[in-house]
Write a protein that binds this ligand. Structure first.
Ligand code: PMP
Length: 360
């Protein structure tokens, strides 16, 4: 069986052990005589899976008791609408920090719902940096930011500290569980699963219970956070297989020594690739400014489009998949989420050096 070096941006690599475990259990899940996909979402067996995913996430991220964990659908993109629908009330203004296209998309949805304000932006640097100089509006409903910018390859290192009455909301789709965070600093964290958490189909929402009081009754039931909190994310049929896979990924993270241990390996992986770029004498050019570099998405260019194309073709021939940059930015991008092993990054660094020797 051939397994490639998978650098896809999402859906992305999953731990091999997780895939093997899912394969072993696929036809007969824990003596149920059926697959986990065939279980009723109201069954005792499924309930355990659902509960296990929530408990493990709580442990791994040290989520305090005054937070709820929700499993929703519609991807991170549906959260772009759910957030203003629930928290942008009349007379208030939703504040956004713009650090890339995903935060722009989040803002665009909020604009359809109420008053908005750009509190900080890095657009003027072509999103090679993280925004600084926050200027909040009057009557701020919340501040929304994107912790890791999947497309541009930048990442917040330190988050803004706000007055306690202004909720901080973060889209952590592409770096949740990759580094230690202080959940208490946020009122709401959300993430589509398909990068660090599992397959696509489930969106994890970590929400401060206090915030649930503000959800209005007159919004669609399925977009109301209260619906999901009151019903333990079982108001309707949840994406049971994705949540099962999430529980296996979380178990795997625990076995690796938790988020703190994973963070160290992630740093080693990122440093390996950034060092290769920095020591190439300009052959490879990193997109992000050094201080803003993402430890999850390493974006870089070669000197011309032709050379980039040769690089990508040769990489593909040698089993490196998913290295083309996003169509908006071009160039190359190596997404090195939790499940991408150090060995894949070592192999890529070696390939980059070899390619440079041949094409300098
Ligand atoms: N936010 C970020 C930071 C992302 O990287 C992505 C997807 N690449 C999204 C939001 C959108 O996620 P989804 O496809 O789950 O809606």
């Amino acid at each position: 069986m051939k397994r490639v070096y998978n650098f896809n941006a999402g859906p992305a690599a999953l731990p091999k052990q997780v895939l093997q475990r899912a394969q072993e259990e696929l036809l007969d899940f824990q003596d149920a005589g059926m697959s986990v996909m065939e279980l009723s979402h109201r069954s005792k067996e499924y309930e355990k899976v659902h509960q296990k995913a929530a408990t493990l996430l709580k442990e791994l991220l040290h989520i305090p008791v005054d937070y709820d964990i929700l499993f929703m659908q519609g991807g991170a993109s549906l959260q772009f609408s759910a957030i203003p629908l629930n928290f942008l009330s009349k007379g208030k203004t939703a504040n956004y920090s713009l650090s890339g296209s995903w935060s722009e998309k989040a803002l665009k949805e909020a604009e359809k719902i109420g008053s908005t304000h750009v509190a900080s932006t890095a657009k003027n640097t072509d999103y090679t940096t993280i925004p600084s100089q926050l200027e909040l509006s009057e009557e701020a409903a919340y501040l929304h930011l994107t912790s890791n910018n999947t497309i541009f390859g930048t990442q917040w290192r330190e988050f803004p500290s706000l007055p306690s009455y202004i909720p901080l909301i973060a889209d952590m789709s592409s770096d949740i569980l990759s580094r230690a965070i202080n959940v208490k600093d946020f009122s709401l964290i959300y993430a589509g699963a398909q990068k660090n958490l599992g397959p696509s189909g489930v969106t994890v929402v970590i929400i401060k219970k206090e915030l649930l009081k503000n959800c209005p009754d007159n919004i669609p039931t399925m977009l109301n956070y209260q619906t999901h909190a009151k019903n333990k994310s079982l108001y309707n049929t949840p994406p049971t297989f994705s949540i099962y896979m999430l529980s296996l990924v979380l178990e795997w993270v625990s076995e690796q020594g938790g988020v703190e241990a994973i963070e160290k390996i992630n740093l080693e992986k990122a440093n390996l690739l950034y060092d290769t770029i920095d020591q190439s004498g300009g052959f490879y050019i990193g997109h992000a400014e050094k201080v803003a570099r993402s430890h999850m998405n390493v974006t870089f260019n070669l000197s011309s489009e032709e050379l980039t194309s040769v690089f990508l073709n040769q990489a593909k021939e040698e089993g490196f998949v998913g290295l083309a940059g996003h169509r908006m930015v071009g160039g190359c991008r190596a997404s090195i989420y939790n499940a991408v092993p150090l060995e894949s990054c070592q192999a890529l660094a070696e390939f980059m050096k070899r390619f440079q020797t041949n094409y300098r």
